[in-house]
Design a protein around this ligand. Structure first.
Ligand code: ATP
Ligand code: MG
Length: 248
């Protein structure tokens, strides 16, 4: 396996995890990932160990509910930050197509350079209209400070459902207060984001995204409302915690 010029022996016991790291470091060097994003990934890795570095049954249930909610939604938006753009650009574009969703670049540490780099990365994988770049992000999320508030009036601002993988708790809370349905991917079931969102997929984004694309494709055109209605995020998070504590 190979990224950023460093080869990782495929038989290394932690090859997958090392490869994911290298993708992020490569993304950092290419101006997609913020230095803080590398630290956030480290926190994710620790939780990934605790869930056994696999997509649990509990995560699968959340993935199905997330796909259903995206398909039901009238104006879904996928919010993309540097880590997500570095780790799964292909799946972001595939999910946007499968769920008829818009894509918006939305950064915690916002710079126009990074926004443009992320937009180009997504376009390389086939994205057409990438929202939220530069002056396009002219609307404001109430309750947040300065640059962290900015969103695209055609994207997150008017969306009914926002998919915000690897998001910060404050911003998730602000989106929920705006009345949005919020779906996230977060390996830490105790994070504020995990608790605030209506659907939390406790899984590594590199495993969750391909599964989510798959679920959106296979549920397309089917009656999915019951899947969303029956999903209980609190219960699901409790189950994830139980797995982490070794109960399952
Ligand atoms: P919160 O603000 O929600 O309380 P936090 O401040 O601990 O959380 P942030 O940096 O704001 O963390 O958000 C990033 C979240 O993404 C963290 O909970 C981290 O565990 C999680 N995370 C990082 N990398 C991954 C990954 N590859 N897959 C899934 N989750 C990840
Ligand atoms: Mg945070």
């Amino acid at each position: 396996m190979h990224a950023s010029g460093i080869s990782i022996p495929p038989d290394h016991p932690r090859a997958k995890s090392l490869y994911t790291r290298e993708m992020l470091v490569d993304g950092f060097r290419r101006g997609l990932v913020a230095p803080e994003g590398l630290i956030a990934h480290g926190r994710g890795e620790a939780y990934d160990y605790l869930v056994g570095e696999r997509t649990t049954k509990t995560a699968q249930r959340a993935i199905k509910a997330a796909a259903a909610a995206l398909l039901l939604s009238k104006q879904p938006v996928i919010s993309v930050n540097g880590n997500t753009a570095a780790l799964c650009p292909k799946e972001i574009v595939e999910l946007a197509q499968a769920a008829n969703a818009a894509i918006e670049v939305n950064l915690f540490y916002r710079t126009e350079e990074r926004e443009i780099a992320i937009k180009s990365q997504l376009e390389k994988y086939g994205a057409k209209d990438v929202l939220g770049v530069g002056a396009m992000a002219s609307a404001r999320i109430p309750e947040l400070q300065s640059e962290r508030r900015r969103v695209d009036p055609e994207g997150i601002y008017k969306a009914d459902t926002v998919f915000v993988p690897l998001e910060d708790g404050d911003r998730t809370e602000a989106l929920v207060k705006m009345g949005k349905t919020v779906i996230t991917v977060d390996l830490n079931p105790l994070s504020r984001t995990a608790k605030m969102a209506q659907i939390t997929i406790v899984d590594n984004i590199v495993r969750a995204m391909p599964a989510l694309v798959q679920a959106a494709r296979s549920l397309n055109g089917k009656p999915v409302k019951k899947i969303v209605d029956d999903f209980d995020n609190k219960r699901n998070l409790k189950e994830s915690l139980k797995i982490i504590r070794g109960g399952i």
